[in-house]
Design a protein around this ligand. Structure first.
Ligand code: NAD
Ligand code: UFG
Length: 323
């Protein structure tokens, strides 16, 4: 049995769907602070907090869990700067609590949601896993600290892990059943598509004076289904007795904010009003992954290599979303 923390959230819910569809048994632990019950499509939910040590140990035992996939965290970069306590508590202290509950219950396999935010400002692109890690905000710092904890727990307690460093998660279930729903929404793609639907007056472009071809920031937008698949492959790796590893997950292609807006306009067939705004602090100009290691070692093969197709899935969801 696989325990999925934060499984009612955006990335977690898509992973849960994928894992169930390949026949695995899954139970979700989520406090629904940001998650949605509807996104689970009937998967068993324990509504509770991963900081509740007794509850976590009980769930691990009751469901005979052998592997934990850990999505639960706060993920608003800006808020992590203004309220770092919230982030160190919920992303680091809670992860320690979860890991210690796993030790107590004898559960030794762990898949972790890490981020390219652990790298900070790029020294070179595409960025591979050997790129120096110098996070530039508390959010990235919390993910980096968890990675350090995981290495120490592996060395001392033989707890094996795979840490997946996602670049920018994007898109929705290609079948249109679930999709991205953050409240508040801060991610570029859903904000643009909401502007296309007329739910927002415009979308702001944060910075037009970067040293990129069109002056706007470049990101690597990886489809949510491809992210989901990588978690399953990470579990297979651990179940084959594979050693603890870090993997980047990205398409290895970058798109600027203006390019994303233009593609959204093409897909939706709607004009998208934009407002040119100042840079958002803490935004590196360009983040593009090298995912060669995940491809070579996990056999990961992303299906969505064309951003237009990824946007199509998000647009399909945006028009009929129920949560
Ligand atoms: P999300 O907010 O949609 O999902 C997080 C889920 O965790 C929510 O359902 C929330 O209710 C739950 N949660 C939070 N704290 C909890 C707690 N203490 N106990 C129980 N449940 C709790 O976020 P997401 O975009 O799906 O991100 C999932 C993970 O991936 C996070 O760890 C995030 O840091 C990481 N990540 C996201 C991105 C991205 O582009 N969205 C990129 C890199 C890394
Ligand atoms: N952007 C705008 N206007 C907006 C929102 C975003 O121009 O209204 C720009 C940003 O400046 C950035 C790009 O669009 O250049 C993407 O921004 P997002 O907020 O969608 O995503 P981020 O790159 O900031 O961060 C995301 C997740 C983090 C994660 C990070 C790296 O929010 O959790 O990817 O994985 F750590």
């Amino acid at each position: 049995m696989i325990l999925v923390t934060g499984g009612a959230g955006y990335i977690g819910s898509h992973y849960v769907l994928h894992e169930r569809e390949r026949g695995s048994s899954v139970v979700v632990l989520d406090n629904l602070v940001y998650g949605h019950r509807e996104a689970l499509l009937g998967t068993r939910l324990i509504e509770g907090d991963i900081r509740d040590r007794k509850l976590v140990e009980q769930v691990l035992k009751d469901f005979n869990v052998d592997t934990v996939v850990h999505f639960a965290a706060y993920a608003y970069v800006g808020e992590s700067v203004t309220d770092p306590s919230k982030y160190y508590q919920n992303n680091v202290a809670s992860t320690l609590n979860l890991l210690d509950a796993m030790r107590a219950a004898g559960v030794g396999k762990f898949v972790f949601s890490s981020s390219c935010a652990t790298y900070g400002d790029p020294e070179y692109v595409p960025m591979d896993e050997a790129h120096p890690q110098n996070p530039i905000n508390p959010y990235g710092e919390t993910k980096f600290m968890c990675e350090r904890i995981l290495q120490a727990y592996d060395a001392a307690y033989s707890m094996r892990f795979v840490s997946l460093r996602y670049f920018n998660a994007a898109g929705a279930d290609p079948g249109g059943r679930i999709g991205e729903s953050h409240n508040p929404e801060t991610h570029l793609l859903p904000l643009i598509l909401q502007a296309a639907r007329g739910k927002r007056d415009s979308v702001s472009i944060f910075g037009t004076d970067y040293g990129t071809p069109d002056g706007t920031c470049i990101r690597d937008y990886i489809h949510i289904s491809d992210l989901a698949q990588a978690h399953s492959l990470a579990i297979d790796h651990l179940r084959r007795d594979g050693k603890s590893r870090f993997y980047n997950l990205g398409t290895e292609t970058g798109h600027s904010v203006r390019e994303v807006i233009n593609l959204c306009s093409k897909v939706s067939g709607k004009p998208i009003p934009v407002v040119e705004a100042p840079r958002r602090s803490g935004d590196p100009p360009r983040l593009v992954a090298s995912a060669a290691r995940a491809k070579a070692e996990l056999g990961w093969a992303p299906r969505f290599t064309d951003l237009e197709e990824t946007i199509r899935t998000a647009w399909n969801w945006e028009q009929k979303r129920t949560y």
